[in-house]
Design a protein around this ligand. Sequence first.
Ligand SMILES: C[S@@+](CC[C@H](N)C(=O)[O-])C[C@H]1O[C@@H](n2cnc3c(N)ncnc32)[C@H](O)[C@@H]1O
Length: 278
Amino acid sequence: MPSLVEILKQSEHFLRNKGIVTAKLDAELLLAHLLRYNRLSLHLHLHDNMKDQSLSQLQQLLSRRGNREPLQYIVGKVDFYGLSIAVDRNVLIPRHETEEFVDIIISRFGNRPVRSILDLGTGSGAIGLALAKHFTKANVLAVDANQNALLMAQKNAMRNEITNIRFMVSDWLEGIDETFDMIISNPPYLTNEEFENAQDEIKNFEPKCALVSKNNGLADIFKIISTTGRSLAKDGVLALETGSSQHESIASFAKDYFGKFESMYDLNGENRFVFLQI
Ligand SMILES: C[S@@+](CC[C@H](N)C(=O)[O-])C[C@H]1O[C@@H](n2cnc3c(N)ncnc32)[C@H](O)[C@@H]1O
């Protein structure tokens, strides 16, 4: 029976031949997932032998990754802002930029007495849950048009024992008649062309309806900007994650609905987040 260290070398080689840039890391994470270790304990067991049954299971996992299925769908979860978020192909895999978005929101508004938050297009629930965990006194409403995504978001609330959050199927703000101190959204904002040119992990596995929007990627952002005003409480904020080339168009469109517009960069120096106030 081969040792784990030998298996790891072969797995890395297999993934590298399939063009996976992060072959070493992915091989480790898949093996650790299969053996129910974290990466540290995997390294402590490198000289253990691997059972035949585990070997054939690992081959299946490697073959999925070799076909460019995202690692997060294979292991079924992702760490997001200190939460463990379960993911499957019904939901977008929460991105690092979105963690930055949450971080900016918390550093800017963390000291305010926020009582109500609306997360529009919650997907896996990542943003809404991270904010619910921070703003413990706030009631969070998380909505999505996709019922299957909402089931995953609900599961994630239970998984992380977060209770100050409710879930609702809704086409953006349709049927919502409450007001909120903060309305947050990471809506679909890619153009069809950007989606078609995206890497296989995205194009072949992630839900297109979570990523692509009409009107050069701006249709959903414009819909949200033109309809949220009535749902914001006094001094309320609308915060959006957007595409990096969209801020000029958004600023121009938002003039009719909001008095204050602010653009913020992500850590790569891309204009990525928009904050709007009436
Ligand atoms: C870019 S994903 C964001 C998911 C999650 N909030 C995150 O940041 O990882 C956009 C989400 O918006 C949802 N969505 C798309 N159109 C919608 C609509 N008309 N009304 C409500 N949600 C919508 C999608 O189902 C998807 O979950």
